[in-house]
Design a protein around this ligand. Structure first.
Ligand code: G3I
Length: 478
């Protein structure tokens, strides 16, 4: 993916290459490109990773200029919180009302944002007339609703939650009982096919909650449905993970495994309704964990929080969002922003369990030069008091990610690492560190003080040009 940062880097590399010619003429040249620009808003920081950062937005946001300003400044993907649901858009049968939904969609598009449509078919928030239907009548009403609403918004929607929350909680792994489910087990795929016909340009997603922990039966059940859909050509492009967390349902440590395994089925994954009840550093750490999990999976294309201010939340007493009731940035906000700017620590493939090969994530040519264990580069002979460990990150057919951990041996006030590439490799992205380029295939990354035993990490992407050799890395400290 090409991000503004990538383009800057490419321009910088061309400049460095030109200067390299002068260096050959015995002129000592040291050129530092500008330090990596950190995104100062959530949308800017996420864009640097090739992802979006979104929020749910309700009609009442238009009555509060403060909330509207934050929404415009921080977010570039918009989900209508209630205004595009079945009860809002078809209050009486075949009488469609798009006024509230249109207000949000038009505002988003006019302000350069994309829209996530929520939701075409759901057991909840059905209009009264639909709640009273069953069988073929209900099936046809549902399909008509999907078709008409998707046609109305055709060309304006990045991704639709075609079906929402169709699986039961608990250990059964079964479908949720609902009037829609009782029309026949194929109601979900029928909805997806209708949505594809109505708006072929929109990504079509299945969206649910309590599907974050890979070991949970509900997660497995949704995974198996998506796998089945992909194998039978049912048009599904993405899976949304609502991500409503609290102390009884914390962010699972295997979240990246879940996201990676779904992505490995050949779908995009998105965090669609993120909120985490709590406060202070524990809340901030959990938000950070969600961002890390998404950043670790190439096909996790974005994160949406379920509202802007705590006071706007559907569970406001749990203060689960990134801005307090006055619109001030919370610790959780800073944690998310910093993690987006630091980038992720990509993990290999999909995860540890039940991985399905995905050609876009796992290149078929397995480079023989790549050892399977992580070598440790000893401290440089220059006698510095830091050491570096290189670990392999995600690999694609044309590029690979690498992660470097710098560890202090004794207290140090600064550290400098030199990353040496081999021809024809080029670095296309750096995260978590400030880089300069004294020569075309030499990158210097520097950082500040570390206490004895403390470590810090940065990462980069190498366009390998056919040479999979790991870069050599040295470290010096003062
Ligand atoms: O607007 C009416 C108001 O006129 C009326 O006086 C009041 C009386 O109860 O109700 C108001 O409507 C409420 C609406 O939110 C707007 O505030 C509904 O009662 C209330 O049920 C509705 O709740 C929404 C909920 O979905 C319904 O299931 C929440 O705002 C919305 O955040 C929530 O969002 C869901 C996602 O769609 C799916 N995933 C879970 C998520 C959280 O529950």
């Amino acid at each position: 993916m090409t991000t503004p940062r990538h383009r800057n880097r490419q321009a910088s590399r061309r400049l460095v290459a030109a200067v390299g010619g002068l260096a050959a003429a015995a002129i000592a040249v040291s050129l530092a490109v500008p330090a990596q620009a950190a995104g100062s808003t959530l949308q800017a920081a996420a864009a640097e990773t090739g992802r979006y950062f979104g929020t749910a937005m309700a009609g009442h946001y238009f009555n509060n200029s403060g909330t509207l300003n934050i929404t415009n400044r921080e977010f570039n993907m918009i989900t209508a919180e209630n205004e595009m649901k079945m009860d809002a858009t078809e209050p009486s049968q075949n009488n469609f009302n798009y006024s509230s939904g249109d207000q949000i969609v038009n505002w988003a598009l006019q302000n350069g944002k994309r829209v996530r449509g929520h939701a075409l078919a759901w057991h909840s928030q059905q209009p009264g007339w639909m709640q009273n239907q069953s069988g073929t009548t209900l099936r046809n009403s549902m399909l008509n609703h999907v078709t008409k609403v998707a046609q109305h918004y055709k060309g304006k929607i990045y991704a639709w939650d075609v079906v929402n929350e169709a699986f039961a909680d608990g250990s059964s792994g079964a479908r949720r009982d609902s009037n829609l489910q009782r029309t026949g087990n194929d109601w979900i795929e029928a909805a997806f096919r209708a949505a594809r016909s109505a708006d072929p340009g929109a990504k079509l997603c299945y969206n649910d909650y309590n599907t974050d922990n890979w070991s949970h039966a509900k997660t497995q059940a949704v995974y198996n449905m998506v796998k089945d859909f992909k194998s039978r050509g049912v048009p599904i492009d993405c899976v949304g993970f609502q991500a409503h967390f609290n102390s009884g349902n914390p962010v699972p440590s295997n979240y990246h495994t879940t996201l990676g395994n779904f992505a490995a089925l050949g779908v995009d994954v998105q965090i669609t309704e993120l909120d985490i009840e709590g406060s202070g550093s524990s809340q901030a750490d959990q938000f950070k964990g969600v961002v890390q999990a998404c950043l670790s999976v190439a096909r996790c294309t974005g994160i949406t929080v379920w509202g802007v201010k705590d006071s706007d939340s559907w569970r406001s007493s749990g203060t689960p969002l990134l801005f307090d009731g006055s619109g001030n940035k919370k610790q959780a906000y800073t944690s998310v922003l910093n993690q987006l700017n630091a980038g992720g620590t990509p993990v290999e493939g999909g995860g540890t369990t039940n991985p399905t090969q995905n050609p876009t994530q796992n290149p078929t040519q397995n480079p023989t030069q790549n050892p399977t264990t992580n070598p440790t580069t000893p401290p440089p002979t220059g006698g510095g008091s830091c050491s570096v460990t290189y670990s392999e990150g995600q690999k694609w057919s044309d590029r690979f990610n690498g992660n470097v951990t710098v560890r202090a041996n004794g207290n140090i006030s600064s550290w400098t690492t030199t990353v040496q590439l081999q021809y024809p490799q080029l670095i296309s992205a750096v995260w978590g560190g400030q880089a300069s380029w004294p020569a075309q295939r030499t990158m210097v990354v520097q950082g500040g003080s570390l206490a004895n035993g403390q470590s810090t990490t940065f990462g980069f992407t190498v366009n390998h040009g056919g040479n999979w050799t790991w870069p050599s890395i040295s470290c010096s400290a003062s």
